[in-house]
Design a protein around this ligand. Structure first.
Ligand SMILES: Cc1cc2nc3c(=O)[nH]c(=O)nc-3n(C[C@H](O)[C@H](O)[C@H](O)COP(=O)(O)OP(=O)(O)OC[C@H]3O[C@@H](n4cnc5c(N)ncnc54)[C@H](O)[C@@H]3O)c2cc1C
Length: 320
């Protein structure tokens, strides 16, 4: 049996940030992730200035590909609204591997299947034993499934369905475009240029509202592909997109049960207006680490439910 004070399940932004903070406090921890890093993670890779503040790094010191946007070109139905702001795009393939390495904590490749309690300890797959457990395994996190799902189920109307693809592309247009509510999509579609000659395009929206309209995410995706072809943004590509589901934050998620903590997508913490999940994952990971270290309550601020105030504010501060 391998024994640790804290075991973090999942080495994405939530788990890696939590581990980074635990390591700074000298706490004996281990990360278990079912995948070997760098690994593919479906995500547009839009990050806010707050993400870099939380990570205590200036964007120009980030060692991999990154693009800074001074504006987002938004379309609300068919009305074009350029929004002055300061936002960034990174590639999750690079960003997550960098964060994980930066945590300084030992990582083992292991897919956690079973979790049980023995006295005050958690036993994972009869192989790992820990006093504290951090669930950072994303939407299908085993900590959520085994310990939290029955008392704090993710509400159906918080479920976000997505389809997206990231690919090498010599994009002529390096603006970031967002189309809200196009063809009735209860969410938005994006065209997100990346550094090092990559592009990410995709759509995401509320699953329950799509169902109500009697339309599937794949139908919205077909319409968006036509838009990309006809607008000359991506005129010829045969797309090979994939889907993923995650949850936006509802009012009363349970984040802690005894010594088990839920972070990031495992807790369903993405913002309600934009489905932004990287920032809330990092913030929750850091807060869980603080709560474990100082034996203090673990909470997420209510303000972390929205992205738009930060998007607007970063445009104002950029002008000053
Ligand atoms: C299409 C799409 C686009 C998005 N675009 C954006 C965006 O532009 N900006 C933004 O801020 N957010 C975006 N999000 C949301 C964002 O990707 C997530 O909120 C974020 O990745 C959550 O981070 P996490 O660390 O909680 O989980 P994840 O990044 O999912 O990491 C979880 C880790 O746990 C591991 N794991 C899972 N199960 C097990 C197990 N049983 N045992 C061991 N390990 C396990 C996985 O391998 C994985 O590495 C998007 C999401 C989608 C689907």
């Amino acid at each position: 049996m391998i024994e640790k004070t804290v075991i973090v399940i999942g080495g994405g932004p939530a788990g890696a940030s939590c581990a980074w903070k635990l390591n700074k406090s000298g706490i004996d921890a281990l990360i278990l992730d079912k995948k070997e890093f760098p690994r593919l993670k479906l995500c547009a890779g839009w990050v806010t200035p707050k993400v870099f503040d939380l990570l205590k790094i200036h964007p120009k010191d980030y060692p991999h590909s990154i693009i800074a946007f001074n504006r987002l070109i938004c379309y609300f139905r068919n009305v074009r609204v350029p929004v002055r702001t300061r936002q960034y795009s990174i590639r999750r393939y690079e960003f997550d591997a960098w964060l994980l390495k930066r945590s300084g904590i030992q990582v083992k490749q292991h897919a956690v299947r079973s979790i049980r309690k023995e006295g005050r300890h958690y036993i994972l797959d009869d192989r790992y034993r820990a006093k504290y457990l951090v669930g950072a395994g994303g939407t299908h996190c085993p900590v959520y499934r085994h310990l939290f799902s029955h008392i704090s189920p993710h509400p159906e109307n918080s479920r976000i369905a997505t389809v997206e693809e990231e690919f090498r592309y010599d994009h002529a247009d390096s603006n970031c475009y967002l189309w809200f509510f196009k063809n009735g999509l209860p969410g938005y579609a994006w065209y997100m240029p990346k550094g090092a000659g990559y592009l990410n395009v995709g759509i995401g929206g509320k699953y329950a509202s799509m169902k109500k309209q009697g339309k599937t995410i794949n139908e919205f995706w077909r319409e968006f592909k036509q838009k990309l072809h006809s607008s000359d943004l991506v005129p010829t590509r045969e797309f090979n997109a994939k889907g993923h589901v995650y949850y936006i934050r509802h009012r009363t998620p349970v984040l802690q049960l005894e010594n088990a903590y839920l972070t990031g997508d495992a807790a369903g913490l993405a913002t309600v207006d934009m489905g932004e999940g990287i920032g809330p994952s990092i913030q929750s990971g850091l807060r869980a680490a603080d709560a474990i270290t100082h034996k203090t309550p673990y909470r997420m601020p209510l303000g972390a439910r929205y992205s738009w105030p930060g998007i607007i504010w970063s445009g104002i501060t950029d002008l000053l």
